[in-house]
Design a protein around this ligand. Structure first.
Ligand code: PLP
Ligand code: ZN
Length: 412
């Protein structure tokens, strides 16, 4: 039995039964899943949760499905890593990393949202699925569609990283590179779903898709022993994840799983070359001025963010802030995380680390704050962002080795 009440417009509050719908028919506002929380509270106790397998499906009652999931069964349950070495560098005593760079099956946080959306597509018996993507979503939709036995149409901007393109094509998807940026791709996808009976995960399946992001909030709280962090730094593209992590934490309070008194400050991170949400927060408004993206953080390069309005409202409301960083700073962030914690993240993760560093310097994140950084993607997918010198080549001779090694260490 499902615990989903239906869909509700975030703007005018109009309620709808569960169906395939991109937005409110009255006001075009975005739709959000609503649940029978009293019934869920009876079932989802800390005890009951402790014995369930560590995947996003642990929180099935809080996800908008009617039946058992059929694909994406190992998604979620990613490590929350205590990061002492990085914490010392940044000046945070209590630092944790939510490491979605090892999410299954395609090594990014997008596996969470896709798993929900593709299962929903199976429930709706749709004939094909697809998405507009900045890269990671393409990988994830292609993989999960293959596992579900559904054909997929993936539309991407024509300037994506080659590894992200290859890691989409390999699943047998129809990958279509659109001459233009993500916002042009997205507009085209809206026209496609108007004409064809397909489910595009971030267009007409968006109300279901977006709910998958809440699971980061659930997992972090449970992994902290049922506590909300003081601060969480989240990279933003469309701005959905940061809003949904907040919704997830609020739901846990409503269900009595974490204390009502715990407050989490949301910190949004973007690259300076595509920072429309940061710009709105700085101007003290929620009205987004769209930008033309120009950054190597392509997974975050959405110039007209669908949930930007909500992100720009929630961030200050939570007592948090939003900050950006340059491409050089994000590359330094990737390097710093790798060298201190042994975690190789993509450009979005570099943005998170670089922005966290600034927020500490600005005094917004305090040394004693229990702080979580959302590391949302894997570095092997954005190797082009790095400019590492090739390793030194030598003859296979001990003398040659000793010449380059230079004797910097003593043999005891
Ligand atoms: C998509 C993506 C994000 C941002 O998600 P939004 O919900 O669109 O804000 C962050 N990190 C990575 C790696 C992503 O692929
Ligand atoms: Zn409405």
């Amino acid at each position: 039995m499902s615990f989903v009440k239906g869909l509700k417009c975030r703007e005018c509050g109009r309620e709808y039964p569960v169906k395939l719908l991109a937005g409110c028919e009255d006001c075009f506002g975005p739709l959000e899943a609503d649940y029978h929380y009293e019934a869920i509270a009876k079932k989802l106790t800390r005890d009951a949760l402790s014995s369930r397998p560590k995947t996003i499906w642990k929180y099935w009652e809080l996800l908008p499905l009617e039946s058992e999931p059929k694909i994406g069964l190992s998604t979620g349950g990613t490590p929350l890593v205590r990061a002492e070495r990085l914490g010392r560098k940044l000046g945070i005593d209590n630092l944790y990393l939510k490491n979605d760079s090892v999410n299954c099956p395609t090594l990014s946080f997008k596996d969470r949202v896709t798993a929900v959306a593709i299962n929903k597509a199976l429930e709706f018996k749709l004939q094909a699925v697809g998405c507009a993507s900045t890269g990671n979503l393409a990988n994830s939709v292609a993989a999960n569609a293959a596992a579900a036995g559904l054909p997929s149409f993936i539309l991407i901007p024509d300037n994506l990283e080659p590894s992200k393109v290859a890691a989409t094509q390999i699943f047998g998807s129809r990958v279509i590179a659109v001459k233009g940026n993500y916002d042009a791709v997205n507009r085209l996808c809206s026209q496609i779903v108007d004409r064809y009976p397909w489910g595009f995960v971030n267009v007409n399946l968006r109300p279901f898709y977006a709910e998958g992001s809440k699971t980061i909030g659930y997992e972090v709280a449970e992994q902290l022993g049922w506590h909300a962090p003081d601060a969480i730094v989240v990279p933003m593209a469309g701005g959905a994840m940061i809003s949904k992590i907040y919704k997830g934490l609020k739901e846990l309070q409503r269900l009595g799983l974490i204390s009502e008194n715990e407050r989490t400050r949301l910190y949004g991170a973007q690259a300076a070359g595509c920072n429309p949400i940061i710009d709105a927060v700085r101007r003290g408004t929620r009205d987004i001025r769209p930008v033309k993206p120009n950054t190597i953080a392509k997974s975050l390069a959405i110039g007209n963010p669908a949930d930007g309005y909500y992100a720009a409202s929630l961030i200050p409301e939570s007592g948090g802030w939003a900050e950006d960083c340059t491409d050089d700073e994000l590359v330094a962030g990737i390097q710093l995380l790798a060298e201190t914690e042994g975690i190789f993240t993509e450009t979005a993760g570099g943005v998170t680390v670089a922005v966290a560093q600034k927020l500490v310097e600005q005094g917004r994140i305090k040394q004693t704050d229990l702080t979580v950084l959302a590391i949302t993607g894997n570095g092997l997918k954005t190797l082009e962002a790095l400019d590492l010198a090739p390793p030194q080549a030598i003859e296979p001779k001990l003398a040659a080795f000793e010449e380059v090694f230079g004797g910097a260490y003593h043999v005891a």
